[in-house]
Ligand binder design. Structure first.
Ligand SMILES: *[C@@H]1O[C@H](CO)[C@@H](O)[C@H](O)[C@H]1NC(C)=O
Ligand SMILES: *[C@@H]1O[C@H](CO)[C@@H](O)[C@H](O)[C@H]1NC(C)=O
Length: 708
């Protein structure tokens, strides 16, 4: 073991020589050096002693640094063939960091960390270079291979950085300043808070780093819920901790491109770093985690990176069970706890999108945060502070504070975010989302009626898909809000609420978007308990899955089936076959103006149903806005909106209950349109509260058709 450092030093000097003076070392010797290095790496993977004897040696770190620097120089000069050898150096460094403090300090002090950041920067540059067109297959393959190698290095450097900062609040802060820029320097590289339209983000290709001072969030906003320390104390601490910031190879923003270059199984270290730096995990200084969370959002580079990761999750359709998604859910929760969700949402805005892809994913993550059981939100789990190839770390004590003050002043004061999350999103929905969506839907209706030309519809299916995704996520979130008493109060309040807007939205959808019935002769089987959003089994854009689930309930029918529930406007190619296993989805809807906004009507009915339950003011408002008729019109089967008939019937009953005025209106409507029996039939049905705490309707036992 005592010879190990000497052996490694020899190997490193050899590698360095071959980097700086190519050809000076015989190829056979080079190969020998490579395999010796690999053997040492193996030992550091297995043996703690090996890690310590190397990781605690400043000479080793110095030699590693020199060698990596030489390697980096070569990579800059396009010596691709050296990429694997350079990567081995970082793997070794990463492994040695498993010994924590001492090794971390050496890695940082000897400048190895700076060279790793430089290497990451080189990798991003090389891996993002477009491959020239019109090259032969062989060359193309070679290019792809080289890029692949650079990506591997990139992943290793991210792992290195994660291990480097693990468990040391100061170093985490320093890494943050390197990643996102120092506040002091923010006058120059600090990008603007994207004001309306200042951002040229179009998903995969966005860069909003225009400098514009005076627009950050305060690094420490007073009263952050997770902050136990006082504002002053934390600012002082930041100043103290950032004092030792080593600006060697300072190039903030070097991570922004990374999400565009990697795939879901490769990018893991990046969300992990964010989680490590901002989530109040057990064993971390929660005040410092909060500071870094704010720093990340205050700095344009932080917001850009965050946006790229969100766009990444959306573009790859990363599953909620995926590691990256879970990490980002925790990061989102940290943002939420720090009161910065509205700020984040606004900064991902873009004039040409009703909801940008990044915003959609943010909504989805937020919904996922709200869905977690309270216990699951306790981050005292052992997932905390993961590092790569290392045993579970111990907890370090906090660093002392010292009264220095200019750190906090480097930021402008935070925008006042006093409104609660539901209030904010209700306002966004009312102002930014519903009106432009209604304009689109109205135009669709006008085209259907021949009052407008097809050519006036300028959105592509792709555009609609983006809008739809945002809308869908909004409604998922609203469904969660509607289950929370406090949030629900906001949503139905007369000034900040959205009931009227939802009614108008439903009316427009009802007018312009036809129902669709997949198989004419098979009535929509009812659901004894309509699915909650949590258990939504339908895939967006299609109701196939939901219908498949329904097969099981086909014999059961708590409601009378309304005869002739078919919409005369239904599409022409409905299946006649009652035994069709699958609904016939071959509608030939390929024109953008025929987009049907699946599930949205159903969400609207469900929300109105919940809001009107034993609430006279809401019942009245819905009537005044013309909502009774609109909801009644939904008492029909629509395979784009599974179970909408049942939800609408329940909704109408909620609207009529103890409301003579509403009952009168519906009675009057009965003269002109057929109304399902169970709506007006006061007997034979009863409300009940299901397991999920939702109001449902069921047939009273012993009356009429048997129910479950
Ligand atoms: C944490 O990092 C700082 C700055 O990089 C360093 O000075 C300090 O010694 C580290 N703390 C420990 C306990 O290693
Ligand atoms: C976390 O670790 C502690 C002991 O360190 C253990 O008691 C606990 O069960 C672990 N929790 C989980 C979620 O693994």
């Amino acid at each position: 073991m005592s010879l190990l450092p000497e052996l490694l030093l020899t190997v490193l000097f050899g590698a360095q020589a071959s980097f700086t003076h190519p050809g000076i070392i015989l190829p056979s010797k080079e190969l020998l050096g490579d395999s010796e290095l690999k053997a040492i790496i193996k030992r550091t993977q297995k043996s703690r002693d090996a890690r310590e004897v190397l990781g605690f040696s400043p000479r080793i770190w110095e030699a590693l640094t020199e060698t990596l620097r030489a390697g980096n120089d070569q990579l800059t000069a396009n010596k691709y063939n050296l990429v694997p050898r350079v990567r081995d150096l970082v793997i070794l460094g990463r492994n040695l960091l498993a010994t924590k403090e001492k090794a971390q300090n050496y890695a940082s002090d000897e400048g190895f960390e700076a060279e790793v950041r430089r290497l990451l920067d080189i990798c991003v540059d090389k891996a993002s270079k477009p491959i020239a067109p019109n090259i032969d297959k062989q060359t193309h393959e070679t290019e792809m291979h080289i890029k692949g190698n650079y990506k591997k290095v990139m992943i290793t450097t991210l792992q290195f950085l994660n291990n480097l900062m693990s468990q040391n609040e100061t170093r985490k802060l320093h890494v943050w300043l390197h990643m996102f820029g120092t506040p002091a320097a923010s006058a120059t590289p600090n990008p603007a808070v994207p004001t309306k339209g200042s951002q040229k983000s179009n998903g995969k290709n966005s860069q909003a780093n225009k400098p514009s001072p005076g627009s950050g969030v305060g690094i420490v906003s007073p009263g952050a819920p997770s902050t136990r320390h006082s504002h002053k104390e934390t600012v002082a601490k930041c100043n103290f901790l950032s004092a030792g910031f080593n600006a060697k190879y300072y190039k903030p923003g070097f991570l922004t491109e990374v999400p565009r270059l990697l795939q879901p199984d490769e990018i893991q270290p990046l969300p992990m770093m964010l989680q490590n730096g901002v989530v109040p995990l057990e064993g971390t200084d929660h005040a410092m985690q909060a500071v870094r969370c704010k720093l990340m959002l205050a700095q344009g580079y932080g917001r850009s990176l965050l946006r790229e990761i969100l766009v990444f999750l959306g573009a790859w359709e990363v599953d909620e069970e995926d590691f990256c998604f879970k990490m980002m859910t925790q990061v989102t929760e940290a943002i939420l706890l720090n009161g910065l969700i509205p700020y984040a949402y606004e900064s991902f805005r873009d004039e040409k999108d009703i909801v940008t892809p990044a915003q959609s994913v943010l909504l989805k993550l937020l919904a996922s945060v709200y869905r977690q059981p309270e216990t699951g939100r306790d981050h005292g789990t052992n997932s905390s502070s993961c590092s790569f190839g290392t045993p579970t770390p111990s907890v370090l004590s906090e660093s002392p504070t010292s009264p220095v003050t200019d750190f906090g002043e480097a930021f402008d004061p935070p925008p006042i975010i006093e409104s609660s999350i539901p209030t904010f999103f209700a306002a966004v929905l009312r102002k930014q989302v519903i009106p432009p969506t209604i304009r689109i839907i109205k135009l669709q209706g006008a085209i259907r009626e021949g009052k407008a030309k097809k050519e006036t519809f300028e959105l592509s299916l792709w555009d609609l898909d983006r809008i739809y995704e945002g809308l869908y996520q909004f409604f998922e979130l609203l469904m969660l809000f509607s289950e929370d008493e406090e949030a629900k109060r906001v949503l139905i309040s007369s000034d900040k609420g959205i009931v009227g807007d939802l009614v108008v939205f439903l009316r427009e959808l009802d007018k312009a978007i036809p129902r669709w019935v997949a198989s004419k002769s098979v009535p929509q089987p009812p659901s004894p308990s309509p699915p909650s959003p949590q258990e939504k089994e339908m895939g967006r854009g299609g109701s196939d899955k939901a219908l498949k689930v329904n097969e099981a309930y086909r014999v059961e029918r708590p409601f009378d089936v309304y005869p002739g529930a078919k919409d005369e406007e239904g599409s022409g190619d409905e299946s006649e076959d009652a035994d069709d296993e699958e609904p016939n989805d071959d509608r030939g809807l390929s024109e953008p103006e025929e987009f049907t906004w699946p599930h949205i009507k159903r969400y609207l009915v469900m929300l109105l149903s919940g809001f009107s339950w034993q609430n006279e003011a809401v019942q009245d408002l819905i009537r005044e806005k013309g909502g009774l008729q609109a909801v009644l019109n939904q008492c029909m089967i629509d395979d784009d909106n599974p179970y909408i008939r049942e939800h609408a019937i329940l909704c109408i009953r909620n609207l009529l209950e103890n409301n003579p005025e509403n009952q009168k209106v519906v009675k009057a409507l009965e003269a002109v349109q057929a109304i399902p029996n169970e709506v007006l039939d006061r007997h034979g049905y009863e409300h009940y509260i299901d397991d999920a705490g939702k109001v449902q309707l069921r047939k009273v036992k012993g009356k009429g058709v048997s129910s479950k």
